[in-house]
Design a binder for this molecule. Structure first.
Ligand code: GLY
Length: 372
């Protein structure tokens, strides 16, 4: 079966428009737009050692169109998001003659595109950025929608800004080198979106899960394209998360706290979100919600094979929850599913109730038999 062609979406936002390409052959399809974007300008090309070794040749046609190319590097993984990395990159860009109309192109996963977007948004009060996301997680979620940021020891993404990319080109050819764990983590982000916003995408993931986890490009292409379309539509309606965009945080309230309590990098983001979805489903069921969705999501998460939680201190997780960047003065805000295709955001729950639930949840999650 020949793969479906890449899809193109536009995402209007307060400062213009992002162009998104997703699916098989996306880079070839977007090459003309990318070349036009860099034509005659200084191009800063940011990647990581691992990604450059695997896919460094991918931006060759874009390089050729630039007036000058400056290679920038950041560490692989979450350590890219240390504030010191942003400062180092700003200084390198200044030393290499960066100007307001210079371009930054990011080739890498979600940590790299988070860092690169932040660097672009801050440099000279904002230069244009484009992303070539190379992980499934970045292709379906992180690279789209302009959220950027770096981590503090106190919490993930605690410093950041909205800076929408000019272009995102998510070519599923790059997913062929991903380990199963990275595919699983990307699928969790696609599942969170599908559950509350796109029931037909959820059904596709359920049907194709084994092929998706095996990295089958024909199965991945339509999921990447559909997720990009769903995310573009939500972000276009709510570019800076004043309302419904918060639905994309399903599973993230507890997920981020688990990551922080485990120590950044110790628990993969997608796996932490999978546990966060499970906790949110428990909270929803307590309210009599999600009767149709909970069994389907639980079965799907079971099939993903998410590993058990590491042993975590409940007090540390609770403390991290209180520092959640989505918290308001009123308290920590939760996203809970009401039913398939419908969720509620901004739900503030009494901390005592969460604390009582958390201990048993963490203990059960850490038992080997409870790997999702
Ligand atoms: N990753 C969630 C969002 O972009 O809003």
């Amino acid at each position: 079966m020949s793969p479906e062609p890449a899809a193109r979406f536009t995402l209007p936002h307060p400062r213009g428009e992002s162009v998104l390409w997703g699916g098989s052959g996306a880079l070839a399809a977007a090459a003309g737009e990318l070349r036009e974007w860099v034509a005659g300008r200084r191009l800063f090309l940011l990647s990581t050692p691992r990604v450059r070794a695997l896919h460094g040749a991918a931006p060759a046609p874009v390089r050729a169109a630039a007036a000058a190319v400056v290679e920038l590097s950041a560490p692989d993984g979450e350590s890219a998001k240390e504030p010191a990395e942003a400062i180092r990159l700003w200084r390198e860009m200044a030393a290499h003659g960066g100007r307001r109309d210079s371009r930054l192109l990011c080739l890498g996963g979600g940590s790299l595109t988070d860092l690169g977007g932040f660097v672009a948004g801050g440099f000279l009060r904002g230069i244009e950025v484009a992303h070539l996301p190379t992980t499934l997680l970045a292709q379906v979620d992180a690279a789209i929608g302009g959220k950027t940021g770096v981590d503090l020891p106190e919490g993930k993404n605690l410093v950041g800004l909205f800076h929408h990319p000019a272009l995102v080109v998510a070519d599923t050819a790059w997913l062929g080198t991903l380990p199963r764990e990275a595919l699983r983590c990307g699928l969790v982000e696609a599942i969170k979106m599908a559950a509350l916003l796109a029931p037909e995408l959820l059904a596709r993931i359920e049907r194709d899960l084994d092929r998706l986890l095996a990295g089958d490009a024909t199965a991945l292409g339509p999921v990447v394209a559909a997720a990009a379309g769903v995310k573009a539509a939500v972000v276009a309606r709510d570019p800076e998360e004043r309302g419904e965009r918060a639905l994309l945080n399903f599973g993230h309230t507890l997920g981020h706290a688990l990551e922080a309590a485990a120590g950044f990098g110790a628990l993969a983001h997608g796996d932490a979100v999978a546990w966060g979805i499970r906790f949110a489903l428990d909270l929803a069921r307590e309210r009599g919600w999600a009767a149709d969705l909970a069994p389907r999501l639980t079965a799907l998460l079971d099939r993903l094979g998410v590993p058990p939680l590491p042993p975590l201190d409940g007090a540390a997780v609770l403390a991290a929850l209180q520092r959640d960047k989505k918290a308001t003065e009123a308290g920590v805000r939760w996203v809970l599913p009401e039913r398939l295709g419908q969720g509620r955001w901004g739900i503030v729950l009494p901390p005592a109730g969460i604390a009582a639930r958390l201990g048993p949840f963490l203990a059960a999650g850490a038992a080997p038999a409870r790997g999702l």
